[in-house]
Ligand binder design. Structure first.
Ligand SMILES: NC(=O)c1ccc[n+]([C@@H]2O[C@H](COP(=O)([O-])OP(=O)(O)OC[C@H]3O[C@@H](n4cnc5c(N)ncnc54)[C@H](OP(=O)(O)O)[C@@H]3O)[C@@H](O)[C@H]2O)c1
Length: 324
């Protein structure tokens, strides 16, 4: 079988698990790994029998590479995606899609003009649980309010990178994977307001703990609120989510998804027994020549970063940002 050749950029935690997923796919082969980190880059390349290329610009130009999977930090996703698409490669990029609206639009425009498969790593398209929630929500009338909050005592595997405004963006941006599912269910926002408290911030934009709250009005009606708190004094992570709709409330307080109404409470179970990984979906789309499905999902990823980037602007300018 002729395998299509993947080039991986980055060699940290996400690259390691992404490469492990790619290595399970018969039709794909990891041809090269690029990273500015020689040590972990060479290690990851060796593990997959791939060539180590220190500079990602050489990897995206490599004639033997058909598709590029980007696992670097948030500040470089779009730059690498643009270079890879310009070199006619298919692109898989870790969320968030981009650190600016202009970059996000440029990535999408290029994928369309080059007819390449561009997929952001959001897993909802292959999540049986998310698809079950979506089906349930669609039968329950309009949204009144959605609320999400998360408290974490820890600071992540690389706090100097994650709790770092210039590299990772504010929490609303690096926690974009909590925003994406809500946008997938209820559509884009028409306005955004946000505030944040950072403790221990230094001159480089690194901090020790935070609280970030975001409120949005959805174009289709209803209000959404997300609150994240990280590195805080508590004993365990906590996460709560609610979709208050006209017909019922769909919620998860850490004990699975339920649908609650005056008639009673019903558990929501995942649709289907198994699912493919998001990496597998991307490779199937490349092999099937289907760039349309991925671009439709990327449009949702773009609307999600419109919220996180507007939240950042709202914090900087201390006002409501109206999205047109
Ligand atoms: N889909 C998921 O489930 C998931 C889970 C976790 C993270 N993520 C996302 O994946 C991305 C990476 O996260 P991570 O946890 O894997 O971070 P990480 O462990 O710090 O790894 C990032 C890797 O990329 C390299 N790198 C960073 N910027 C680069 C650049 N401009 N040029 C070349 N190499 C660069 C880093 O090199 P150094 O070692 O020199 O810094 C490191 O090898 C983030 O955007 C994050 O949001 C996704």
């Amino acid at each position: 079988m002729t395998k299509f050749q993947i080039g991986i950029v980055g060699s940290g935690g996400a690259a390691t698990s992404g490469a492990a997923q790619f290595s399970k796919i018969d039709a794909a082969n990891i041809r090269a790994v690029a990273s500015r980190n020689d040590h972990t880059g060479e290690q990851l390349a060796r593990r997959h029998g791939a060539k180590f290329i220190p500079n990602w610009r050489d990897l995206v130009q490599h004639g033997d590479v058909d598709a590029v999977a980007i696992f670097t930090h948030n500040d470089s996703h779009a730059e690498i995606a643009i270079a890879a698409l310009e070199a006619d490669k298919h692109v898989f990029v870790e969320y968030p899609l981009a650190r600016s609206i202009d970059q996000g639009q440029a990535v999408i425009r290029l994928a369309k003009s080059k007819d390449r498969v561009l997929r952001v790593s959001h897993s909802e398209p292959v999540s049986n649980m998310h698809q079950a929630i979506k089906r349930k929500v669609q039968g329950l009338g309009g949204l009144l309010w959605t609320g999400f909050w998360r408290l974490t005592p820890g600071r992540g595997a690389r706090p100097e990178i994650l709790f770092n405004l210039p590299v990772s963006g504010p929490p609303a941006h690096f926690f974009i994977y909590h925003v994406y599912p809500v946008v997938d269910l209820f559509g884009p926002a028409s306005w955004v307001e946000s505030a944040a408290v950072y403790e221990g911030m230094n001159g480089e934009g690194q901090y020790n703990r935070f609280v970030n709250a975001v409120t949005v009005g959805f174009s289709s009606g209803g209000v959404g609120q997300w609150t994240w708190a990280g590195g805080v004094e508590t004993n365990r992570p906590e996460q709560h989510c609610r979709y208050v709709l006209n017909g019922a409330t769909v919620l998860n307080d850490g004990n699975g998804w339920h649908c609650a109404a005056s008639a009673g409470v019903e558990e929501i179970r995942p649709i289907g027994a198994s699912s493919v990984s998001i990496q597998e979906l991307w490779t199937h789309e490349i092999l099937d020549g289907d760039s349309e499905t991925a671009i439709a999902d990327t449009a949702i990823a773009f609307e999600a970063i419109r919220i996180s980037l507007a939240a950042e602007q709202s914090m900087q300018e201390q006002k409501r940002i109206v999205l047109t």
